[in-house]
Design a protein around this ligand. Sequence first.
Ligand SMILES: Nc1ncnc2c1ncn2[C@@H]1O[C@H](COP(=O)(O)OP(=O)(O)OP(=O)(O)O)[C@@H](O)[C@H]1O
Length: 245
Amino acid sequence: MASHDLAIEAIDLRKRYGSTEAVAGISLSVHRGEVLGILGTNGAGKTTTVEMIAGLRRPDQGTVRVLGLDPEADRGKVRQVLGVQLQSSELHGSLTVTELVDLYASLYPHPVPTGELIEQVGLTEQVTTRFEKLSGGQQQRLSIALALVGRPRVVILDELTTGLDPRARREMWRTVENLRSSGATVLLVSHAMEEVEALCDRVALFAAGQVTALDTPSGLTDRVGASSLDEAFVTLTGQEPEEIP
Ligand SMILES: Nc1ncnc2c1ncn2[C@@H]1O[C@H](COP(=O)(O)OP(=O)(O)OP(=O)(O)O)[C@@H](O)[C@H]1O
C-alpha cells in the first residue's frame, strides 16, 4: 500500500524507561478510514505506543507519520487533524463541562457545536458540573468529547469504554461507528474482546513491547483454529487477557 493511503505509519518504534523496554520495535500501518484495534495485557506497551504516535512522548528510535505529518515537527498541523483520548486526562478541575468543551472548541476552525457534542456523550445533565465533581465514567465521557470536538480525521482512543456502564459503552460504540461512517480513521486501544470484535477492521496483538500478530478478528481466530478472539489471544500471545472491566 502506498504511504499516502495510510492515516498512521509507525516504523520501528522503541522506548525504554530505565531498564524497562516498554516498546521494543513496533511498526504499524493504519489505512485511511480503518478502525484498528490494539489488544494486549497490562504493560504490553500499548499506551506508550499511542502516546508516541500522538506526539506526546518522544520515541528513542523510529518514525511516525500521521496523514503524512510528523507529530513532533508538525505539531500544530497534527493537532488540527488528530483527536486523542488518553487514559488519564489532566484537565482543569474547576472548569465546568461546558467551559471545557468551549475551551477546546476554540482551538479549531469548525468545531462540533458544544451542546450537540455534550448530548452525544450523555453529559447533558452535567453541563454546569465542575470536572473535579464528575464521576470517573463521566470524566471519561468528557475526555472522549474533547477528543472529538475538532472533527478529527484520525482519532486515538485509549481504553474508550473502561469504567463506563453498559449503556454508555454501547453509546461509545455507536460513536466509533459514526466516526467510521464519516471516513475518519480510528486507533482503538482496548481490553474488551467483544468491543474489538464489534468495531475493528483489524487488530494488532501486543505482548512485551512488540506486535505478535496483526489481522482481521476472524483472520486471527482462523489462524490458530480458535473458536473466539479470547482463545486466539491466549494462543498468539501466550498470555491470559485481562478481565473486561
Ligand atoms: N512513565 C513511565 N516511567 C516508567 N515506566 C513506565 C512509564 N510508562 C510506562 N512504563 C512501563 O512501560 C511498560 C509499558 O507500559 P504501557 O503503559 O505502555 O503499557 P500498556 O500496554 O498501555 O499497559 P496497560 O494495559 O496497563 O495500560 C510497563 O512496564 C510500564 O510499567
